[in-house]
Design a binder for this molecule. Structure first.
Ligand code: NAI
Ligand code: MG
Length: 354
């Protein structure tokens, strides 16, 4: 079967890592003995597009993407455009427009990568952060200049939105995922001691859903304590479910604990499959290293593997995962992991191990 994939490299290292991921996927497809083929359409949306047109993507952008089997995304953001404009104009416009309400972010050790936790003699790290991806702190509700009293007296409000249905669906998703894992456990993260409305609703829904999964362990943790627990007791975590903001922060921490932000992959899923899902590395456009050819492509290639799984190709996905592990074990490490390999060299090593 031929899958139609939209590639949206967007900005900065997004181009370099999307290239790497496409190279690996194309090699895999041509070696699949006809099991699957990929047809790519590349979109030049992003901050350059904004400079030319005043928009991050065309007005009918979502319509143009609607019929693809999946979206493969790089990273958005460049110093020439305010970050809130670029993020809301492209990545959040797609995630929210397509109701990709579940953001799945695995965190794992990689062979041959020295993580700060390994130095501390921790033996294992294998979590999935499940991020509520449609509401919470990124609801966009609020506004500026609400006091009406002019300069020096501005008041801005940024509201979080929690719906019972939104909480329930992400929690059921997390518990269903935990059921399939070696360590069936879900830990819910909030700050419900300080945020007494939405996050208390979250807690209540969590307790109710947990009761439907007696075979899955569950516990709750406040986000500040969770940050410490990630570092000090990583071994007793499996699936971590958290709100949009909290999971955003915790998954960056998780990837740094695994070795680097450049390692982390992610899937923005519409689990009902009414709309295309989007696969992207967790990191941003890294303007500090963009264009040097040294971006770590592992997060993007891992995201390509998540995309294959989503397309119903678990065996090719596993081939990518194994090749990534073999490449890092063989010492193909970019500068952010203490090595000297370029993006292209790492990609070539992954191809060698496919
Ligand atoms: P960032 O993730 O781009 O960079 C943070 C640090 O990690 C930098 O030192 C960077 O060099 C390093 N890094 C990131 N990806 C890497 C990779 N693949 N290989 C090696 N090193 C890597 O985050 P930052 O600097 O806060 O944001 C830069 C821009 O990216 C901003 O415009 C921001 O809004 C945007 N951004 C976009 C995201 C997305 O598209 N999903 C996510 C986060 C930030
Ligand atoms: Mg982030």
């Amino acid at each position: 079967r031929t899958f139609h994939i939209a590639a949206i490299p967007a900005d900065g290292v997004g181009h370099e890592v999307v290239d790497a991921g496409r190279t690996v996927l194309d090699a895999l497809a041509s070696d699949s003995g006809g099991e699957f083929a990929l047809e790519w359409t590349e979109f030049d949306w992003g901050s350059d597009y904004y400079s030319r047109t005043g928009r991050m993507m065309p007005e009918d952008g979502l319509e143009q993407l609607q019929d693809f089997d999946a979206l493969y995304f790089g990273a958005v953001g460049w110093p020439s455009v305010p970050d809130h404009t670029s993020l809301w104009g492209l990545r959040l416009a797609i995630c929210q427009g397509f109701d990709q309400w579940a953001n799945v972010r695995p965190v794992q050790f990689h062979p041959g990568v020295l993580s700060p936790l390994r130095k501390a003699d921790q033996t294992d790290l294998d979590w999935v952060v499940v991020r509520e991806n449609s509401e919470g702190e990124y609801s966009g509700l609020g506004g500026r200049n609400l006091s009406g009293r002019g300069p020096g007296n501005e008041v801005a409000v940024q509201s979080s939105l929690f719906t019972e249905k939104g909480c329930e669906r992400i929690m059921r998703f997390a518990f269903d995922l935990a059921r399939k894992r070696d360590h069936p456990k879900v830990t819910s993260v909030t700050k419900s001691n300080a945020q007494q409305h939405g996050m208390v609703l979250w807690d209540e829904v969590f307790e109710r859903v947990a009761a439907d999964y007696p075979d899955v362990d569950s516990d709750r943790c406040l986000v500040d304590a969770m940050a410490a627990r990630f570092v000090l007791h990583p071994e007793d975590l499996s699936v971590v479910v958290a709100s949009n903001l909290h999971a955003d922060i915790l998954s960056d921490l998780g990837s740094a604990l695994a070795g680097s932000l450049g390692l982390a992959s992610s899937a923005n899923l519409n689990p009902e499959r009414r709309t295309p899902s989007m696969f992207e590395p967790v990191h941003g456009s890294a303007p500090d290293i963009a264009g040097h050819g040294i971006a770590n492509p592992i997060g993007a290639i891992g995201s390509a593997a998540l995309m294959l799984s989503h397309l119903g190709l678990p065996a090719p996905a596993a081939r990518v995962e194994r090749a990534l592990g073999a490449a890092t074990a063989a010492g193909a490490l970019p500068p952010d992991l203490g090595g000297t390999a370029t993006t292209k060299q790492i990609t070539a090593t992954v191809l060698d191990h496919l």
